[in-house]
Design a protein around this ligand. Sequence first.
Ligand code: HEM
Length: 172
Amino acid sequence: MPQQMVQEQDETLIDPISEDPAREDTESKVAIWGHPIHAMSVAFPVALTFCVFGADALYWWTGDPFWARAGVWAAGTAFLFGLAAGVSGTVELLWVPGIRAHAASWTHFAIAVVLLAVLGLNWGWRLGGYETAVLPWGILISAFSVIMVIATGWHGGKLVFDYRLGTSKGSA
Ligand code: HEM
């Protein structure tokens, strides 16, 4: 290929986002002494999402209404803690230039919003009668929530461990 054509092709391949120096500015701003609040708060909705599925399975197995009541509480707290974690993540996303510049952050946002919608549905569905809600739809929504929370958490981990988003540059 002639030299001029190679040069022209190289110029068209420049990605303005990856060239942006602000892309390197990824340190968490929504943090307590450098510890990102989002990373600290996601453990609660993740664990509670698994708890709803566990409570549903135990209700199905034992028929004990205790588990249906535990399920409605776990579903409500999973949703509310999920919203709180989502707020801290969204502020981070909009505020930190380097996090905003990574496409993967927006993918994580999209997956997380679907998760929050499913968690909200799971809670709302149970408010009309927590025992009758469990079988079959409650447990099916819970199973889907578990799949979604695994996807969201795994992808969030990629942001931190692959792209080093939210991490302190001093430790790099
Ligand atoms: C709804 C909007 C959300 C946005 C915009 C968002 C954004 C982010 C960002 C920017 C990070 C990188 C670390 C940081 O800067 O704090 C992250 C990490 C993470 N996110 Fe989210 N997130 C959202 C919701 C969620 C939800 C609902 C969950 C799970 C329930 C979740 C799970 C995670 C996990 C597990 C990590 C990795 C934390 C670590 O390993 O230290 N995120 N998220």
